[in-house]
Unconditional design. Structure first.
Length: 57
């Protein structure tokens, strides 16, 4: 399988082709500490066109 994968060539494309699910980790004493940086990354990602649907388990 690796030789076949090595023959594939990368090509540039827009980040709008990406979709990433956001999993809720639940609430605990550290939620506010961990949520703020994550929201900053989510804001950056959506500004690049990446789709971030919320997911619940």
């Amino acid at each position: 399988m690796l030789p076949q994968a090595n023959r594939v060539r990368r090509e540039r494309m827009s980040a709008a082709h990406l979709t990433a699910g956001l999993q809720c980790g639940g609430s605990d004493a550290f939620s506010s500490l961990s949520a703020n940086p994550a929201l900053g990354v989510a804001a950056w990602a959506t500004s690049c066109g990446i789709t971030l649907p919320p997911a619940q388990a």
